[in-house]
Ligand binder design. Structure first.
Ligand SMILES: Cc1cc2nc3c(=O)[nH]c(=O)nc-3n(C[C@H](O)[C@H](O)[C@H](O)COP(=O)(O)OP(=O)(O)OC[C@H]3O[C@@H](n4cnc5c(N)ncnc54)[C@H](O)[C@@H]3O)c2cc1C
Length: 236
């Protein structure tokens, strides 16, 4: 399988980076092909702007998603976006590896999502959820965080982690058609012992070794909705 790891941590000695390194080593050891995008090391530009197109279909007024569509058709996407898109289209599995920032992804990773998941390939029209442009590929989110495990879940102070990650798991990854595997989470990372962090590394390795047996999370399928995207059970 071809794997793209998109990694977003500014410190090469961080625990999150150790998870990335372990994933590369483990997946290559299993015979998979691995490419990486180390966003801080690449000095990735996260800001979606008019500069993302070498020529504009409409130079007067920027509608970013429409320019993405035209840019795809006419090969007018900026070189850094095209490079990432090629890696993404090559991959059978996308791994996003990051520390949780404000219940979300670091800005540099959000900017990778904004600029690389282009309309016209990844989504657009009724090309979403199971009909999304990346259907047939899988995604795994691997994250570290400061909070403790008991702070997440039904009735817990922060609520379920899957609710917190909904914009990413559902609104982004599932939306573009990826089969989203349950996230791998390393809790309370800065405050635990080296040995406890070692346990997370071993658990992640075991998870990666068994990845092909993992059941994906459930998301809507377009067949459950009518032409106007009302649920088929909706009263007429
Ligand atoms: C802007 C911002 C917003 C945040 N928002 C949230 C939030 O909403 N919710 C939340 O819960 N947390 C939040 N945090 C906390 C953040 O998610 C955690 O601090 C981060 O995930 C910890 O991971 P790290 O890789 O940065 O750890 P690091 O601090 O890099 O590493 C922790 C320790 O692990 C050690 N280590 C490195 N490699 C290894 C190894 N191979 N084996 C064992 N130990 C190793 C390091 O030396 C270090 O001592 C936020 C932090 C920031 C900066």
């Amino acid at each position: 399988m071809n794997v793209l790891i998109v990694h977003a941590h500014p410190e090469p000695q961080s625990f999150t980076t150790a998870l990335r390194d372990l994933a590369v080593e483990t997946l290559q050891g299993l015979g998979h092909q691995v490419q990486q995008s180390d966003l801080y090391a690449m000095n990735w530009n996260p800001v979606a702007s008019a500069a993302d197109f070498t020529e504009r279909a409409n130079p007067e007024y920027l509608v970013y998603a429409l320019e993405q569509r035209e840019g795809v058709k006419s090969d007018r996407l900026a070189a850094d976006i095209r490079g990432e898109l090629d890696k993404l289209l090559w991959a059978d599995l996308l791994i996003l590896n990051f520390p949780l920032y404000w219940f979300s992804v670091p800005a540099i990773l959000k900017g990778w999502i904004d600029r690389v998941l282009v309309s016209g390939i990844c989504y657009g029209g009724k090309r979403f959820y199971d009909q999304g442009g990346l259907a047939g590929k899988k995604a795994l989110v691997s994250l570290t965080l400061g909070g403790r495990e008991h702070m997440f879940g039904e009735g817990a102070i922060h609520g379920p982690l899957e609710d917190m990650l909904r914009p990413l798991l559902r609104g982004t990854l599932a939306y573009v058609g990826l089969e989203v595997l349950p996230p791998f989470v390393a809790w309370h990372v800065p405050y635990i012992s080296d040995a406890a962090r070692g346990d997370f590394l071993r658990a992640y390795q075991a998870r990666l070794q068994g990845l092909e047996q993992d059941a994906a999370l459930e998301f809507p399928r377009l067949e459950q909705f009518d032409e106007r995207l009302y649920p088929r059970t909706h009263p007429l």
